[in-house]
Design a protein around this ligand. Sequence first.
Ligand code: NAD
Length: 497
Amino acid sequence: MTKAIGHFINGAIIPGKSGQFGPIFNPALGEQTGQVALAHAADVDLAVKAAQAAFTNWSQTTPIHRARILFRFKVLIEDHMDELAALVTAEHGKTLPDAMGSIQRGLEVVEFATGIPSHLRGSYTPQVGQGIDSYSLRQPLGVCAGITPFNFPAMVPLWMYPMAIACGNTFILKPSEKDPSVCMRLAELFQQAGLPDGVLNIVNGGKEAVDAILQHHDVEAVSFVGSTPTAQYIYQQATKHHKRVQALGGAKNHALVMPDADLQQTADAIIGAAYGSCGERCMAISAVVTVGNDTADQLIETMQPHIENLKIGPGTQQDIEMGPLVTQQHLKNVLNHVEKGLEEGAKLVVDGRNNHGQSQGFFMGGCLFDQVTTDMHIYQQEIFGPVLCILRAKDFQQALQWVNENPYGNGTALFTRDGDSAREYVQQVQVGMVGINIPIPVPVAYHSFGGWKNSLFGDLHMHGHESVMFYTKLKTVTARWPSGIREGKQFTIPTLT
Ligand code: NAD
């Protein structure tokens, strides 16, 4: 065991006051490689005080000044891409190219944030009354906080704090306790880019740290990404404590495959989206609904040999397609789901319940279930592992109904050559992010990311324009100058003509 990770508060790494630590594993080795401090309320309070103090000056800096620091941060991320990706792979397990791709998707939000002088532009209407003008502006909230999941340890935090900070706020990040190292390194790079001390702070820890954030009366807003039960808890607690909140939850993302789809392309797209990152993506495809039995049979025939021969191994090795799961416990949970599917009578076409020649680490292979029905546990629950379920619908309407009846509404993809079905799907589906022949429709940084139903609690999505709205409050000014002031007192409500 080598690493000891503390907190990053007011520009310095400190060990924290709790004396409690959680283990960090390398999932490909199955070994503990370090430990992370678990913050108490006192550590959180220290971070909030630092962020509050920094807010006084930071909120008064010009947007272009903030944009220039973000530009330097962007360049530093690019310069350190290999090092950052290695940190992600060492603690999460995903392959190095996949880790780089995820950091790139976070970097794109930093790029979007560099446009903050333009994003923060207000609106102005001259002459709303005689000699009277009106304008609206957006101002920062104060201290904002982010609580993030293990599966994208760099990307998801980068969806939050660059935009919050660009808007003039200061920030407390509470990363996942499973893979915190990359966040700590990114904070150092942001500091190197010129970010003043206290603007970005990191408190490591688990539930106790989160509860201290949710209950702290000087935290104005909370962004959360994680599982649905935690998202519901965060939403309830944050609103109870009068905070603005966006809480993104779990998913069961459906691919709907029409009989006219190009099945070879569809199979390739689904395999990558289901088994990439070992299924630990909130936008992973975990359920395929085929329209018609022939479509299912042909698709399975095409996919099966690929799934059986996935290249499985440590994410640091070349040409690996699927790395390990994040922890031993998570591996056990996923295997339990597979057992449950068998008990329920689903047909396990590809059985990946073995370590695929890996003598160490939290490895399993890809599993493919056919004959899954909507009442089964393996369909209703988010498994968050390399387990794909095939459901057979009789027609498009039944397939659409199943997708809409599912409690999650994060992402979905339709595979078809038919524009009419595609248009109907886009119009009718109750899901926040839709792909047409695109398996993982993660919106680009200048659009916004978020699901519907049990995949998001709150009103506004992440990054893009919605993040400017989330991290600022609106002020509207109506003004006149002495030359426009009319004589006398007015006792009726002002109407402007
Ligand atoms: P998680 O809910 O277990 O943990 C997320 C964060 O909440 C972590 O920082 C953790 O320390 C904290 N936390 C956990 N339990 C808590 C509790 N009881 N009280 C307070 N805080 C708590 O999620 P995870 O296992 O880290 O991540 C995987 C989940 O995240 C999956 O469900 C996945 O779908 C979801 N996810 C969603 C999105 C999205 O955009 N919707 C993106 C990525 C991941």
